[in-house]
Design a binder for this molecule. Structure first.
Ligand code: IPD
Ligand code: CA
Ligand code: CA
Ligand code: CA
Length: 259
């Protein structure tokens, strides 16, 4: 299949620009909040409305594409053949509900299983991280410089709250070797920090839509994206993922107890 990465990148940027504007205006309207798997797993009317909007736009411009998305308006995708869009309409829904900042909207595009283009908007800052291996990486129109390959001792690590509190992988041992840790609560916001070198590692249990856009861009930036057991990433399943500089990921894999 022949695809034009530049065209897809421009489509994603213009789509996320509209999504960001709508969400900033929506956040003053009436929000209804429901829970999903547990009391901290939230979904709002705006998660659903945003996903419907994004998926409709994708179907209009790329009718041949299949869509994997969080809130149930996507397709049942069984393999990675062809053009696959991964959509997380609001990433960091808890932040969206409780704080009104530090949340994102993300779209990752893959072609026959290969990462192609990713785009993430930091909604309240109205900044879009986007691009891929072929076309380079940008924040809005500005090129992103490749982050330095720093070791653990020289950088901040970000770990999801459940992971930081769990004793399962002894993630505390990794944290202790770093400059300190942060818990931003939105994978999308954290991918921005990794791409700009503000943080050197992120570890979390991520669903396909949490990971897709960030993986495309982090790999294009020379960062490592691995599943905790070292197995290849499976884009159609959830897994514990470590993303970071090459040095940090190899140190983390040596330090973590995975069995
Ligand atoms: C969640 C956030 C959170 C991460 C969770 C995700 P959501 O996404 O990115 O930081 O730790 O694993 O599910 O549910 O707000 O889209
Ligand atoms: Ca969610
Ligand atoms: Ca998410
Ligand atoms: Ca979400």
């Amino acid at each position: 299949m022949n695809v034009d990465s530049k065209e897809i990148d421009e489509f994603l940027v213009s789509l996320l620009r509209k999504v960001g504007k709508n969400l900033r205006e929506d956040s003053i309207k009436k929000m209804s909040v429901a829970t999903k798997k547990n009391r901290n797993d939230l979904v709002t009317n705006f998660d659903k409305k945003t996903e419907k909007f994004i998926n409709n736009e994708i179907k209009q411009f790329y009718p041949e594409a299949t869509i994997v998305s969080e809130e149930g308006y996507g397709d049942l995708v069984k393999d990675m053949s062809g053009l696959v869009f991964f959509v997380d309409p609001i990433d960091g829904t808890m932040n969206f509900v409780k704080r009104g900042d530090n949340f994102a909207s993300m779209i990752g595009v893959y072609i026959d299983g290969q990462p192609l283009i990713g785009a993430i908007i930091d909604v309240m800052d109205n900044e879009i991280y986007h691009g891929g291996k072929e076309i380079g990486l940008y924040i809005d129109n500005e090129k992103i410089n490749t982050p330095k390959n720093l070791p653990l001792v020289e950088g901040l690590v970000d770990v999801s709250a459940p992971m930081a509190l769990s004793n399962r992988f002894s993630v505390q041992d990794v944290i202790k070797k770093s400059s300190g840790f942060r818990v931003y609560g939105s994978a999308g916001i954290i991918f921005g920090h990794l791409l700009t070198g503000k943080e050197v590692m992120y570890m979390s249990y991520l669903a396909p839509w949490d990971l897709a856009a960030g993986r495309v861009m982090c790999e294009a930036a020379g960062l490592s994206v691995v599943s905790i057991d070292g197995a290849p990433i499976n884009m159609l399943e959830s897994q514990v993922v470590i993303v970071g500089t090459q040095k940090v990921v190899s140190e983390a894999l040596k330090t973590l107890k995975t069995r």
